[in-house]
Design a protein. Sequence first.
Length: 113
Amino acid sequence: MGFRENLREALDFSGLEQKELAYKANISLRNIENYLRENASIPAADKAVKIAQALGVTVEYLVTGKNVSVEAIPAVDIEFKNLMQKIKKLPKNKQSIVIQNAMNLAEILYRQR
């Protein structure tokens, strides 16, 4: 995959809208939209760094699609990542409910060890 596809994947995973990413990265919305278009060019290094930081990924991931730490994590961490993707897509008030219930359940199970 190229920069555009990796950016789209990271953006979807983050749960941010394009305009939110633009704000967090201090880059114009028009630039973000351009990077997501077919045949888009890769942004300048300084902009790629800002985008990566705003999305919580590495520039290497955005450019190559590879992230050493992601490839090295065990399968259970992949399940947590998938769960977090689903939680991030929920409205904020429902996210809080899910997180609080998960914390309560984890505490109960921890005590039962």
